[in-house]
Design a protein around this ligand. Structure first.
Ligand SMILES: Nc1ncnc2c1ncn2[C@@H]1O[C@H](COP(=O)(O)OP(=O)(O)OP(=O)(O)O)[C@@H](O)[C@H]1O
Length: 139
């Protein structure tokens, strides 16, 4: 079966070679995404600020390598969730600027994902850094 060609498509459009993207190009596109997200979302600075404070407190209580790994994974997971949330917000805005119940659900679900990992990371931070830090300074 031959599908009808969209009106804005030239006859040879579907025969063109797909663009070969180098690893350098993919990497620079990913860095561009990071830059856009960090510039447009205050949430990243809030997460980074909390991470820096926790990192300094972690340095004071002298954590083991394993604990540093858990700390780094927590920070990476929270920032990744925030990046996905930002990406979904951008897509939603591109799809429609009108009120839409399913867009609302999608945005709220994405925000819920950030909330879940943030609470998880906060609990890990309190158990692994907060309490040892308080114990050390009140000794
Ligand atoms: N097109 C839409 N239709 C229906 N509800 C929407 C729509 N756009 C946004 N909302 C609602 O408004 C909320 C905030 O959306 P917005 O994209 O402005 O997020 P934000 O204020 O930048 O949030 P965040 O702090 O997570 O980045 C969404 O969680 C959703 O409930």
């Amino acid at each position: 079966m031959r599908l009808a060609m969209p009106p804005d498509m030239e006859p040879d459009d579907d025969l063109r070679e797909p663009e070969v993207r180098t690893w350098f190009r993919k990497f620079s596109d990913a860095l561009r995404g990071l830059k856009i997200a960090f510039r447009s979302e205050i949430n990243f600075f809030v997460h980074l600020f909390v991470a820096v404070i926790a990192g300094v407190a972690g340095g004071i209580v002298t954590m083991t390598d394993e604990r540093w790994c858990i700390f780094i994974i927590c920070v990476a997971v929270v920032l990744s969730a925030e990046l996905f949330n930002t990406a979904i917000e951008r897509l939603a805005r591109a799809v429609t600027r009108e009120e839409h119940p399913e867009v609302r659900d999608a945005l709220d679900i994405a925000a819920g994902a950030v909330l879940v990992v943030s609470i998880g990371a906060a609990v890990v931070g309190v158990l692994m850094i907060g309490w040892p830090f308080v114990a050390q300074i009140t000794r």
